[in-house]
Design a protein around this ligand. Structure first.
Ligand code: PMP
Length: 360
């Protein structure tokens, strides 16, 4: 059996060597006589796995002791409510930037708990550019400023970190975490659903500045209270042990690739190759402002959309899978996270070249 190139936006392709290691360790993790899935989360073996994963992600992302790293559950979407419940504190409102479908969902959920000021939106141009920060209507009294550095569906990525003027900056890094260097010290809170660059779905990694702990509203469910989760080393209840273990294997793999800086260079190269090809070939179009094009999710449309099915069928036949765009936007989308090898991008370009020649 050979592995396909899987361009799915998430759950996404994982490094093959990680899957091989997980397979090899499946029945007997290092002489314990059991799989990681079967271990007590309080036992020495799992505690070591958990602590090593945290240490490695701290090292990879440059996370200081001023921050707690939490391994929570419920995916990134659960954070859409966890964040306002914990961070609104005695304030009445929070600022949100709307750059696409994921920001929109975060905004809708936050509105259940307080006033949301949408300080800027690119909805007017179909979410194809990032609103210039000079035009944002932020408030000094906001509890926090939330944005989505990479819109996974639209393929729109910030090429700068907003200046939040002292208001805690909150970022949904689900589809960009660990894909390029980021200065964590600029953020109050970063969260990322795992299923793109970290590991299996369901797990969500939260990096929170410690001074933001302890502000949860009293009706906050215990399982959503950052202080409780931090005080208990993310083991207030039974954590997603196997996902945590796999995340740890991915972190080791990323370190072996040279870390986030080296990975960022590879990601830049992969993205530039694909955008370069799309821009040079009149059969394909990417609608995003070139300054704000995502390195991770590259949407494109065929000039003749009647050929969409033929394109996807031909791609599938070559083992280039999951290229259909999100159901809400159509077209195509190639997600090329850390674990997508450059050879996968090359194969895709080769196929796109041939398809355009035959059908163009
Ligand atoms: N935010 C972003 C930017 C995402 O890409 C996704 C998932 N694709 C989510 C939030 C939701 O993640 P989950 O399905 O883990 O709740």
């Amino acid at each position: 059996m050979s592995r396909a190139y899987n361009f799915c936006a998430g759950p996404a392709t994982l490094p093959e060597s990680v899957l091989v290691q997980a397979r090899d360790e499946m029945l007997d993790w290092r002489g314990t006589g059991m799989s990681v899935m079967e271990m007590s989360h309080r036992g020495d073996a799992f505690v070591e796995i958990a602590e090593t994963a945290e240490k490695d992600v701290r090292e990879l992302a440059g996370i200081s002791d001023d921050y707690a790293v939490l391994f929570m559950q419920g995916g990134a979407s659960s954070q859409f409510s966890t964040i306002p419940l914990n961070l609104l504190g005695d304030k009445t409102s929070a600022d949100y930037v709307n750059t696409g479908i994921w920001s929109t969902k975060a905004i809708a959920e936050a509105r259940r708990y307080g006033n949301v000021n949408v300080v800027a939106s690119s909805e007017g141009n179909g979410f194809t550019s990032i609103p210039d920060q000079a035009s944002w209507q932020t408030s000094a009294d906001a509890a926090y400023l939330h944005y989505t550095p990479n819109e996974t569906i639209g393929g729109l990525e910030f090429d700068f970190v907003p200046d939040s003027a002292g208001v805690p900056l909150v970022a949904d890094m689900s589809s960009t975490m660990l894909s390029r260097p980021v200065d964590v010290s600029k953020f109050g809170l970063i969260y990322a659903g795992a299923q793109k660059n970290i590991g299996p779905s369901g797990l969500v990694v939260v990096i929170i500045r410690k001074d933001l702990l302890g502000k949860a509203r009293k009706e906050t469910p215990t399982m959503m209270n950052y202080q409780v989760i931090a005080d208990n080393g993310s083991m207030y209840n039974t954590p997603a042990t196997y996902s945590w273990y796999l995340a740890g294997l991915v972190f080791k793999w990323l370190k072996a690739q040279g870390g986030v800086k080296a990975m960022g260079e590879i990601n830049r190269r992969k993205a530039e190759k694909l955008y370069g090809f799309i821009d040079a070939n009149e059969f394909y179009v990417n609608p995003i402002d070139p300054r704000s094009r995502s390195w991770m999710n590259i949407p494109f449309i065929l000039r003749d959309e009647a050929l969409n099915n033929a394109f996807l069928e031909g791609a599938n036949a070559r083992g280039l899978l999951n290229l259909a765009g999100h159901r809400s936007v159509g077209g195509m989308r190639a997600s090329i996270y850390n674990a997508m090898p450059e050879a996968g991008v090359d194969s895709l370009i080769q196929y796109m070249t041939e398809f355009a020649k035959e059908r163009g």
